[in-house]
Design a protein around this ligand. Structure first.
Ligand SMILES: Nc1nc2c(c(=O)[nH]1)N[C@H]1C(S)=C(S)[C@@H](COP(=O)(O)O)O[C@H]1N2
Ligand SMILES: [Mo]
Length: 221
């Protein structure tokens, strides 16, 4: 235990310095958190509002589904992998302007997990929580049931890496990428929308690409 703890303390500042050195220009301009270009990231930028995030292995990852449901559940990574998988290829669009075209995401439809849990009458919204201990997101129940909203296990045709929010992140294809909560650990069915981390700071809760956050261009489909 002591050895692992010490290794963690040594590794964290190294990552921090790596992010801060090539990336000062982006970090200065970008209001949505600690950011940096990922090596081999294919144009993706690293975002985390938490300065360090624990790593979850396949063995210790858990996703809970609770709140206004008949059958609360806890999924292991293997249990999620055993469910039907959906693959989608869309453009990723960050609200700050950067975009990565035609990125494959693959995982379990959120609607399937909600159906398995049995959403109770009166439920209106979903709250997502993350094992970084800080970030949160939300969707209305109708948005959450869309076929293009995934609990993603794969991104760019490989397992979601730790930097991209692995082993499991949310993927909300029709909305700006801040809706796609990384390091997903909790799905709670609620009776009203509670704004997520960036939404408390002024970003739109309904974050449709091209039709929110002051933009009115045609949605990219
Ligand atoms: N847990 C968590 N999820 C998050 C964020 C974050 O800071 N923490 N940032 C959001 C924002 S603003 C973007 S653009 C994307 C970035 O994903 P990436 O790091 O895989 O490029 O993650 C979203 N999900
Ligand atoms: Mo973003």
């Amino acid at each position: 235990m002591l050895g692992l703890g010490a290794a963690g303390l040594v590794a964290a500042p190294v990552l921090q310095r790596t992010l801060e050195s090539g990336l000062g220009a982006i970090a200065d301009k970008d209001p949505t958190g600690l950011t940096g270009l990922l090596p081999n990231g294919g144009g993706f930028r690293y975002y985390s509002v938490a300065s360090s995030v624990p790593t979850k292995s396949a063995a210790d990852y858990r996703l809970t589904v609770d709140g206004l449901v008949d059958r609360p559940a806890t999924y292991t990574l293997d249990a999620l992998k055993a469910l039907p998988q959906t693959r989608m290829v869309r453009d990723v669009q960050c609200v700050t302007g950067w975009r990565v075209p035609e990125t494959p995401f693959e995982g379990v439809r959120l609607s399937a997990l909600l159906d398995a849990a049995g959403v109770r009458p009166g439920a209106k919204a979903i709250r997502f929580t993350c094992f970084d201990g800080t970030y949160s997101e939300s969707l209305t129940l109708a948005q959450a049931r869309r076929a293009d909203v995934l609990v993603a296990l794969r991104m760019q045709d490989r397992p979601v890496s730790h930097s991209h929010g692995g082993p499991v992140r949310l993927y909300v294809a029709p909305m700006y990428f801040y809706k796609s909560a990384k390091w997903l650990s909790g799905i709670t069915v609620t009776d009203s929308v509670r704004p997520g981390y960036w939404e408390e700071l002024g970003y739109d809760v309904d974050a449709w690409v091209g039709r929110s956050n002051g933009r009115d261009d045609a949605p990219t489909t």
